[in-house]
Structure formats: structure tokens, C-alpha cells
Design a protein around this ligand. Structure first.
Ligand SMILES: Nc1nc2c(c(=O)[nH]1)N[C@H]1C(S)=C(S)[C@@H](COP(=O)(O)O)O[C@H]1N2
Ligand SMILES: [Mo]
Length: 360
């Protein structure tokens, strides 16, 4: 009996040796998993395949009784349970979220932190209450500067004990696409992704999208808690630290798979590109070393916070190994660099991605 269960589990999460695995365990406890590349081929990532990034264990919450407090610099503090949140006007936004540590293993020397290879990025359709609507109901008082979101999870950090808490600037909190989400892809949130309610901040690296949301506080100064000023900061020798905010422009291959064998005929090469600093304007692919880049065809420019598909047809010119590279540019003129910029904690690694295939 238990053997059957074990086999099933292995088929879904399991190790990177499993050819059919859709998730790869990066750390077992607290559970952190990334999506296998074969699970990222679809525009919307199924909930079961999505990466999970949690700094602490999933908090045990009584979903029915859970409440979100809205307080701080407001006229009328709110105390909303899930039913009340559900009864407010709902909004749905499709958002690509990348963990700031995604691709950390591309950096050398390897910085500390979970060694994400490239599957800590996903796209989901989130439904919930627009954050500005809640803030409007509470009534923002003068002097407001940021909105601080606190999760129900906490644990030891280098400086003692901390809850997971992050702030966003007031302007970001007032963006109608910043959502206090109750659903992912049309279903109630899974525990790993923040049930019963989480924040979703489009365009920003994932750390801003606080899971298991318990409190929203309007504050009149810059929040400087552990996960704001000791983590999710770009630290480089000789430079002033800078906060990690919006996602840097990046692209990845979803087909063919790295290391795979391909036929000698025409072949579809494709993937996704995203940016938190503009809309994707161009994706180019290089089929060999050197500087010859070929423009890929972009999917229709659809939802502004979601990744954009790209593809082209390629015929391997000879039998043997080929290394393919992809590079994205956004409409603000940001270009994916050849290599991600090294920093002490290994964030924002958006260097050009490559795959090797063997044509035979
Ligand atoms: N409460 C809480 N929220 C959190 C985190 C966390 O550890 N605790 N991790 C953040 C980080 S770093 C990322 S990348 C995203 C991951 O969201 P997911 O696990 O739903 O994919 O959640 C963010 N929200
Ligand atoms: Mo993250």
C-alpha cells in the first residue's frame, strides 16, 4: 500500500534524475521546489507544477477564521475574513512571477542561498480584491509612504526571530493590478502558495508577493525589516546596496529541452520572455557561438504582466552538438546581458540562457 503512494509522489516531485519529474526539490525543509523545464511549456503554469519558495514552514491556519487586518495610517482599520474578501468586487490578473534567486547557479562564484537553476518562474491567473480598493475603504491618511504586508509565517533569522514581512511603495500598492488574491488559476490557493490569501505584486520579483497574508499596514516611513534590508538586496563590493524590486528582462527556452537529441529536419525552437521594466519588444536566438542573432517571432502582445511566447523554426545544419542561446529586449531598451551581474546574495541573475542539443 504505502509503496503505491511513494511511487506516485516520486512521479510528481522527486529528484532531478527522474526523467518525467515536473518539479525538482531544491530544499526539502522548508519545502522549496522549482519547475522542471518540461513543466513550463504552457502559458499558464498548472498549480501542481509551480515553483514554491518559502523561507519558513507553511503556517497552520484555520482558513475560515483567518483574517487580514488593514491598519496603520488609515481612517478606519479593517478586519476582513475570507468570506468578506470574497464578497467584495473581484479582479483577475495574469502575472508572471520569478523568484529573485532564480538562476543563482549561473553566477560564479556561487553565492549563498537556495541553488535555483532556472525553474523558479511561473505564470498564473490570480483572482481577488484589488489592493487599492481595500486601501480606499480603510481611507489612507496623510503621510503614507509604503504598505507593509506581513505573512503568518515566521522563524529564526540571523538576527533573532522574524515574521515574513515586506513593503511596497504606496504607488505600487495603489496599482489596480496589485491583488489580494484568494484564487490561483480559478481554484482556491493551495497551502504552499499562501492559502487562504496572499498578495500578488505584478512586475516585481516574487519576494514582494507575500503569502499567508495576515496584515496590511500603511506606514509613513521606509520599512527596514529583515526581509527588506538584510535579504532581497543587491550587494556588490564597493557599491551602495540597492533593493531588489522589479524583474529584470529575461528569456528562456522551453523547447527543445537542454541535453536532448533532435532530428535533422526543421524543428520548433521556443520559449518565453518577461520583464518587470517594460513590455517584451524582441527575442533573438543564436544557433552557434559568435554574434549572429536571429529574431524570433513573438506571440501576440497579450496580458501586460505575463510572459510573452516566442518561437522560430530551425534546421540543424549538421549532425552533432549545437548550443543555442536566447536573449530578450524590452521596450524600455533593457537587453538581457551575456552574463547576469554577480552580487553577494545572488539575485536578479538574468544572463543569456543556453541549451545544448545533439542533432542526429
Ligand atoms: N509569507 C511569505 N510570503 C512569501 C515568501 C515567504 O517565505 N513567506 N516567499 C516569497 C518569495 S521569495 C517568492 S519568490 C514567492 C514565491 O511564491 P510561490 O511559492 O507561490 O511560487 O513568495 C513570496 N512570498
Ligand atoms: Mo523569491
Amino acid at each position: 500500500m504505502s509503496r503505491v503512494v511513494r511511487t506516485r509522489r516520486a512521479g510528481r516531485a522527486a529528484s532531478h534524475r527522474d526523467e518525467r519529474a515536473r518539479q525538482l526539490v531544491v530544499r526539502a525543509d522548508p519545502r522549496n521546489v522549482e519547475s522542471a523545464r518540461r513543466a513550463l511549456g504552457a502559458y499558464l503554469t498548472p498549480a501542481a507544477d509551480r515553483f514554491v519558495r518559502s523561507n519558513f514552514a507553511v503556517p497552520r491556519l484555520r482558513l475560515r477564521d483567518h483574517r487580514v487586518r488593514v491598519g496603520g495610517l488609515v481612517q478606519q482599520p479593517l478586519h476582513l475574513d475570507v468570506e468578506e474578501l470574497r464578497s467584495l468586487p473581484q479582479r483577475t490578473v495574469t502575472v508572471t512571477t520569478e523568484c529573485a534567486g532564480n538562476g543563482r547557479t549561473d553566477l560564479s562564484p556561487l553565492p549563498p542561498g537556495e541553488p535555483w537553476q532556472g525553474g523558479a518562474v511561473s505564470t498564473a491567473r490570480w483572482t481577488g480584491v484589488a489592493l487599492p480598493l481595500l486601501l480606499e475603504r480603510a481611507g489612507i491618511r496623510p503621510g503614507a509612504m509604503e504598505v507593509l504586508a506581513t505573512g503568518a509565517d515566521s522563524g529564526p533569522v540571523t538576527l533573532g526571530h522574524a515574521a515574513y514581512a515586506r513593503s511596497v511603495p504606496l504607488a505600487t500598492a495603489l496599482d489596480p493590478d496589485t491583488i489580494v488574491a484568494l484564487e490561483m488559476n480559478g481554484r482556491p490557493l493551495l497551502a504552499a502558495h499562501g492559502a487562504p490569501v496572499r498578495l500578488v505584486v505584478p512586475g516585481w520579483y516574487g519576494m514582494a508577493s507575500v503569502k499567508w497574508l495576515s496584515q496590511l499596514e500603511v506606514v509613513g516611513e521606509r520599512f527596514a525589516g529583515y526581509f527588506q534590508s538584510h535579504r532581497y538586496v543587491y550587494r556588490e563590493p564597493g557599491k551602495a546596496p540597492e533593493p531588489v524590486t522589479r524583474m529584470r528582462v529575461k528569456s528562456m527556452f522551453t523547447a527543445p529541452l537542454d541535453g536532448s537529441r533532435v532530428e535533422m529536419g526543421p524543428l520548433r525552437v521556443g520559449g518565453f520572455a518577461w520583464s518587470g521594466t517594460g513590455r517584451i519588444a524582441r527575442v533573438e536566438v543564436a544557433f552557434a557561438g559568435g554574434e549572429e542573432w536571429i529574431e524570433a517571432r513573438l506571440a501576440a502582445d497579450g496580458e501586460s504582466h505575463a510572459w510573452r511566447g516566442w518561437e522560430l523554426i530551425w534546421t540543424p545544419p549538421w549532425r552533432g552538438r549545437h548550443v543555442l542561446r536566447c536573449r530578450a529586449t524590452d521596450d524600455a531598451g533593457n537587453v538581457q546581458p551575456d552574463a547576469g551581474r554577480w552580487n553577494e546574495l545572488g539575485y536578479g541573475a538574468n544572463g543569456v540562457q543556453s541549451i545544448a542539443v545533439y542533432a542526429s
